[in-house]
Design a protein around this ligand. Structure first.
Ligand SMILES: C[S@@+](CC[C@H](N)C(=O)[O-])C[C@H]1O[C@@H](n2cnc3c(N)ncnc32)[C@H](O)[C@@H]1O
Length: 198
C-alpha cells in the first residue's frame, strides 16, 4: 500500500491496517520539525512515520510484538528513523513528549464475539470500549512536556465516558470529525489546564 504517494506500508496478519480512523488522525495532527512525539499503539507505524518525515523525534509504542515488528519493517522500507518500544500503555515509557498521539482500540467487549481477528487488542478498548482510552489519558498527564498536546481518536459508539473523563483532566478541543455509516469519528486535542490539580 502506498500512502500519500510517499510512504510504503506493508501490513501483516494481526496488525491493524490503516483505515478511516488512521487517516482522520493523520489529517488532524500538525507535527512540527524538532518536536518530540510519542505514538501510542503504532500498529503499522504509518502515523509515527508521517511525524518522523516532518522532522520530529519519534518514539512508537505498541503492546503487540507483531505490530512493532511490522512497523519496524515499514520504517526500514522507507528509510525512516524511529525508536520502537514494546509497552502496555506507558509501562515502558520514561520521557516526556511535546505531542502524544493515540488512535486507540475503541470497540466494546460485545463486538469481540463477532470480530474475525485473532488479536483483538487492535480493536477492543475494554468491556465498554472506553477503558483503555481512559487509562491512557490518566497516565498520559505525567508524560506531557510543558505546553504539550495529546491527540486521541474516539467513535460516538463508545466516546461518552472518554470525553467526560477528558474534561476532568484537560482542556478539550475537537480538532476533526468524520461521519461514517453507523458512527462519527472524532479527533480531540487535549492539553493540561493549569487550573486543574492532577
Ligand atoms: C486501532 S489500532 C491503531 C493502529 C495505528 N496507530 C493506526 O492508526 O492505523 C490500535 C493499536 O493499539 C495497540 N494497543 C492496544 N492496546 C494497547 C496497550 N494497552 N498499550 C499499547 N498499545 C496498545 C494495538 O496493538 C493496535 O496496534
Amino acid at each position: 500500500m502506498k500512502f500519500d504517494n510517499e510512504l510504503e506500508i506493508e501490513v501483516v496478519r494481526d496488525v491493524y491496517s490503516p483505515s478511516d480512523d488512521t487517516f482522520l488522525m493523520l489529517s488532524a495532527i500538525l507535527p512540527r520539525t524538532g518536536q518530540s512525539i510519542l505514538e501510542m499503539g503504532t500498529g503499522s507505524g504509518i502515523i509515527a512515520m508521517h511525524c518522523a518525515k516532518a522532522g520530529c523525534k519519534v518514539t512508537a509504542a505498541d503492546i503487540s510484538e507483531k505490530a512493532l515488528n511490522c512497523a519496524r519493517n515499514n520504517a526500514r522500507l522507507n528509510g525512516i528513523n524511529i525508536q520502537f518500544v514494546q509497552s502496555n500503555l506507558f509501562s515502558s515509557i520514561e520521557e516526556k513528549f511535546d505531542m502524544i498521539i493515540f488512535n486507540p482500540p475503541y470497540l466494546s467487549g460485545q463486538d469481540a464475539e463477532i470480530l474475525a481477528v485473532d488479536d483483538k487488542r487492535q480493536l477492543i478498548g475494554g468491556k465498554g470500549g472506553h477503558e483503555i482510552s481512559i487509562e491512557f489519558m490518566e497516565q498520559a498527564v505525567q508524560y506531557l512536556s510543558e505546553n504539550g498536546r495529546i491527540y486521541i481518536l474516539t467513535s460516538t459508539e463508545t466516546s461518552e465516558k472518554i470525553i467526560e473523563r477528558a474534561r476532568q483532566l484537560f482542556l478539550v478541543n475537537k480538532i476533526a470529525e468524520k461521519h461514517m455509516f453507523f458512527e462519527t469519528l472524532a479527533v480531540w486535542g487535549l492539553r493540561i489546564d493549569l487550573l486543574i490539580e492532577h
